[in-house]
Design a binder for this molecule. Structure first.
Ligand code: ADP
Ligand code: MG
Length: 733
């Protein structure tokens, strides 16, 4: 009965009025932040305290330089880890991994081992630490692993520390792992990230060596800014679209959206602040340096940024942050939506990825420095990123694909799907002056002499920043803004690391050859930068990326534009992408093809779920409400005409006619959606054709149906509307 639905909607609203912030008794005077930070992590300090010196040293070598760990060391580490975990109250352990489903996965085993006398002891061997077996048959593998060879294995990643997961009735030791098939092909998001970090370090080191640095390795750093929405759980549960797809498939534009811009950086409401503080404490205990919290642009939208860390750890920490946001919201009677576009007509949620490289002394290689020499080295690394983005834009686009993000990219709130770089006026001028050095005078008449001139001071000010560019240089790091809120940062970072490694490899070859031929380092660098900056000028764009003219201008510049995920994924298997991933040992040809397949299948599955949900909700929840209103209106019309005669209900009749027209169109649109769902299911076994059909048939059919439903929402008696409206979801919490 629609009456019941709409009355539970009103009851939920009444209850929300009485909801108070949830206090969980956080008091940092009692538990100082420095003491609880990392309390749930088997970190360096724990290892140093619990491991014999030589074992600790060998483990450090593995962590730092990637040396394989022998089983005798692993046994000692496993035992120390288990003792710590048991003291912490853990009974089980799990290999924690990141399969291609986009979330994290875990299979728990207890430490329990029968002692033979009816009692048990707690056991955790080096073998169980290093390698776990799991039935991989239900994880996407893109055909790499046939079901008769269903086993996959998880392999310990000693570079990311083990941690304790707390849940309501117990604690579990989580060991971060990579996930591979038995034939060694990777089936997860961590493995290519680790491989790409190695490639980046190797070639960045070659450049540093030329500059006379004593650095031993280079790491990449990532600081993620996570956006999310919060909605009250009671309202959420009444929206089957939110429950099943993470976004609203219907919903008329609310009278008040983000027009007044009164939410951005507004004061944080008590219930939300209580939630944020609870999230932060949980993150601190996991050793995750949560830093910034604020209201975002859309109502009910927020952001949490963490201090940057090494990429692999930052990626694991972002996965844990997303889990923590979801879990904590539940405890606070709310739901955290990480979907890229939960609400039509409002800003979606992204995840800005701030990326930089640093040497083994911790110096940021994207910091311009102060001396001509530091400036020269900085310009080489800067130009490597510019070359990487220009040459491998298609591959970088893969770091942002996903059906959810398609609703956001290019939506005049998020950068377009075209990769370009914003450098800022000062740096753009420097680049131009280097380029013009080879072509005569530039605008200002000076040219930049590498090794002699110093860079002008570059502002590191947030205010003059172009917010429309997908890639912006922000003083000492690059900010990649096209990644979606729900996505893992691993794909963006591994394609970026690979592309930059390729650029640095090329630069190192050129510089080494030039120097061998008798040129000085400064001359060689000047020569290289002139060539590189001229060649890659087209990817630099300091204008407005939201302007309608930009896609045309970008096309003239030859920049690829893959507006949706399917067209982007289809280019995963392009020769130059496969070649670079293979050359730097990040993904094999087979792994690339299997990934493309998995991504296409994932896209189709998501669009199908969205489409079926829209059809179900349209027919069984929204239409019945429309029919009730038609009955009510018809009764009103005939009642009035009976009482007052013909012509007494013209206005009501006109309204009824309007409702009937919209209702007919809605029913037809739902029939078309049903046909689209059927038609897109006719390409069995052909992932590409299926994904294309989903994009070309289901997506537009859903949009058409939604238009009519949203129009009806604006016409119907509010008491009959069966699901919470935008104005309630967005403002009541
Ligand atoms: P905003 O972009 O909102 O103005 P900031 O520029 O202060 O905010 O920082 C945003 C993110 O960038 C944070 O996660 C921060 O830790 C990260 N960040 C700062 N410096 C670096 C760096 N050198 N490398 C990678 N990330 C960094
Ligand atoms: Mg930012």
């Amino acid at each position: 009965m629609n009456g019941n639905r709409s009355s539970s909607r009103r009851k939920a609203i009444a209850r929300i009025g009485k909801t108070r912030p949830l206090s969980v008794g956080i008091d940092y005077r009692r538990e100082p932040l420095q003491e609880i930070f990392g309390a749930l992590v088997f970190d360096q300090a724990q290892m140093a305290a619990r491991l014999p010196k030589d074992v600790f040293q060998r483990l450090q070598n593995t962590i730092r330089d990637g040396y394989p760990l022998d089983i005798s060391v692993a046994d000692v580490v496993a035992n120390a880890m288990k003792e710590w975990a048991v003291e912490m109250g853990a009974t089980h352990y799990t290999h924690w991994f990141q399969p291609m489903t986009g979330t994290t996965a875990e299979k728990h085993d207890s430490f329990v081992w029968p002692a033979g006398d009816g009692r048990v002891i707690c056991e955790f061997s080096g073998k169980s630490l290093i390698k776990g077996e799991s039935d991989a048959s239900s994880f996407p593998s893109g055909g790499i692993r046939s079901t008769f060879e269903a086993r996959g294995y998880t392999a310990w990643d000693p570079r990311s520390p083990a941690f304790i997961q707390e849940s309501h009735n117990g604690r579990t030791l989580c060991v971060p792992t990579a996930f591979c098939s038995y034939t060694g092909e990777c089936l997860d998001r961590k493995t290519p990230l680790l491989r790409s970090l190695e490639a980046l370090s190797k070639h960045a080191q070659r450049i540093l060596k030329l500059f006379g640095s004593a650095s031993t390795h280079v790491s990449a750093n990532l600081g993620a800014e996570q956006e999310y929405f919060l909605v009250d759980r009671q309202l959420f549960l009444q929206r089957p679209d939110l429950v099943n797809t993470g976004r609203t498939l219907f919903g008329a534009r609310p009278p008040k959206g983000q027009e007044l811009e009164d939410h951005y950086y507004g004061s944080i409401r008590g219930r939300v602040l209580a939630f944020m503080m609870d999230v932060e404490k949980r993150l601190y205990r996991l050793g995750i340096p949560a830093k910034t919290r604020h209201n975002e642009v859309a109502p009910a939208q927020f952001e949490l940024a963490q201090v940057f860390e090494e990429c692999n750890i930052a990626t694991d920490h972002n996965m844990l942050t997303m889990e923590t946001l979801r879990g904590t919201a539940r405890d606070h009677g709310m739901v955290c939506l990480l979907h890229e576009k939960p609400f039509k007509g409002l800003n979606g949620s992204g995840k800005h990825c701030n990326w930089s490289m640093s040497d083994s002394f911790g110096n940021n290689l994207l910091d311009p420095g102060e001396t001509p020499r530091e400036n020269a080295q900085f310009l080489v690394f800067l130009s490597a990123v510019i070359r990487a983005v220009h040459r491998h834009a298609g591959m970088l686009r893969l770091g942002t694909t996903g059906p959810g993000n398609d609703h956001r990219l290019g939506g005049f709130e998020a950068p377009p799907a075209i990769f370009s770089i914003y450098l800022g006026a000062q740096l753009a001028e420097v680049v131009e002056s280097i380029v013009s050095g080879s072509q005569g005078a530039n605008r200002t008449g000076d040219t930049m002499r590498i090794g002699v001139s110093t860079l002008p001071p570059l502002p590191r000010d947030a205010t003059d920043r172009n917010r429309t560019s997908p890639v912006a240089f922000t003083g000492n790091k690059f900010e990649f803004r096209a990644v979606g809120a729900s996505q893992s940062t691993a794909p963006m970072v591994f394609v970026l690391n690979t592309a930059v490694a390729a650029a640095l490899d090329h630069f190192a070859n050129e510089l080494e050859a030039d120097i061998a031929a008798g040129r000085s380092l400064n001359e060689a660098v000047q020569n290289l930068l002139q060539k590189e900056f001229s060649k890659h000028m087209p990817v630099i764009f300091n204008g407005d990326n939201y302007a309608e003219s930009w896609p045309l201008e970008a096309a003239r510049r030859g920049l690829p534009n893959f507006p949706d995920s399917v067209s982007a994924i289809e280019h995963f298997t392009d020769l130059d992408t496969v070649d670079v991933l293979q050359r730097y040992g990040v993904l094999s040809n087979r792994e690339v093809h299997s990934r493309a397949h998995i991504l296409l299948e994932g896209y189709a599955a998501t669009i199908n779920i969205d489409g079926r949900m829209a059809l179900d909700m349209g027919r069984t929840i929204l239409l019945p409400a429309v029919f009730s209103w038609q009955r009510d209106l018809a009764a009103t019309v005939s009642g009035l005409e009976n009482a007052l005669g013909q012509g007494a209900a013209e206005g009501q009749k006109a309204l009824l006619q309007k409702v009937c027209r919209e209702a007919d169109s809605f029913m037809q649109a739902l029939d078309s959606l049903e046909q689209a769902l059927e038609a897109s299911g006719t390409h069995k076994g052909d992932a590409q054709a299926t994904a294309r059909a989903c994009r070309d048939l289901i997506v537009p059919a859903m949009a058409a149906a939604r238009e009519h439903a949203d129009a009806l929402e604006m016409l119907l008696d509010d008491h009959l509307w069966p699901v919470p409206k935008y104005r309630e979801l967005l403002w009541l919490y």
